[in-house]
Design a protein around this ligand. Sequence first.
Ligand SMILES: NC(=O)c1ccc[n+]([C@@H]2O[C@H](COP(=O)([O-])OP(=O)(O)OC[C@H]3O[C@@H](n4cnc5c(N)ncnc54)[C@H](OP(=O)(O)O)[C@@H]3O)[C@@H](O)[C@H]2O)c1
Length: 337
Amino acid sequence: MVNAADPDRPIRWGFLGAGRIAGKFAGDLRTARGSELVAVAARDAERARAFAETHGARRSYGSYAELLADDEVDVVYIATTHGQHYEQALQTFEAGKPALIEKSFTLNARQTAEVIDAARSRGLFCMEGMWMRTNGLIRTALQLANEGRIGELRSVTVDNGLLFPYDPAHRLYDLHLGGGALLDLGVYAVTFAWIFLGEPDRVRATGALAPTGADQTMAMQWEYDDDRFAHVSCTTMAATPQRGIVVGTKGSLTLDRPFYRPERLIVEQAEGRTVTSEEVLQPIVGNGFGPEIAEVERCLREGLTESPLIPLDDTLAIMRLMDSARAEVGVRYAADT
Ligand SMILES: NC(=O)c1ccc[n+]([C@@H]2O[C@H](COP(=O)([O-])OP(=O)(O)OC[C@H]3O[C@@H](n4cnc5c(N)ncnc54)[C@H](OP(=O)(O)O)[C@@H]3O)[C@@H](O)[C@H]2O)c1
């Protein structure tokens, strides 16, 4: 467990899953001053061993249960496909360990509520891996919006699209693994609109399904009683501009590309018909996970069980919104029954 009294001892991470994102995250963990990767578990012991060797982990396991029983692991990073997060999160909390859970947190709001209850009832730290919310430029944009730099907020337009040619075995198209554009790409767009405008009063969703039943496209119109609105879309059928635009009565904020990992923020301010434009640049360091890792470190050292930057109540409310959008478009996981 983390010893807050010993700030010199790095926080020791254990990974469930040795896949693509686990590798990128491990790369940034290596350069994080307050953390180290001590163990990795994969379904296949040889792959876990190879991952440990590549990324400098001391131990590797061929089962997740062995890693959860490792006394040296302070915090678990759940980096498997989203269909696996629910059970693995419950097992992690059962083992008495805190967790950072990749997005999408689970498959639906029922599972999310259970996972949050399991963490809260044991007083264990739990955070959704919504790293976008820890990004420096996203935080700057939020601060400018809250300070009224672009006037009263009126709308958000955000799209997240990448081309993934149809392959029924790929995790994006396989419903058992939590396939679908919304849970993978759309969750960033939904969270982006949410952090600027808050929960909408009404959501209308439309979309197109792949032959497996996973959504390849989801387009939403959010409406608010005070006439604010958001256009939120995602697709696996095309590489879109991946831009997030926040509009207020006196200007706009544009984050690209992609908006969830931006290196550039454009602040436009309108005075009558005269528009001035300012660019704020902030290069991404490494793979961009540094601020997220730092937030987990901070929470664990300060004894926080939730991050104020990524509140669990938001994770749950956003999952509810995505449940209703999926229901409207006809995307069903076995876990929904
Ligand atoms: N934060 C980000 O920027 C970001 C980017 C991409 C993805 N993600 C999220 O990270 C998670 C993993 O994505 P990824 O791209 O890394 O996926 P991936 O490489 O395809 O798979 C990750 C791991 O999931 C497990 N897995 C894969 N297929 C499985 C199956 N059929 N049954 C059971 N387990 C299976 C495997 O664990 P083992 O190693 O144990 O076999 C695999 O290593 C997803 O939830 C995704 O949304 C986040």
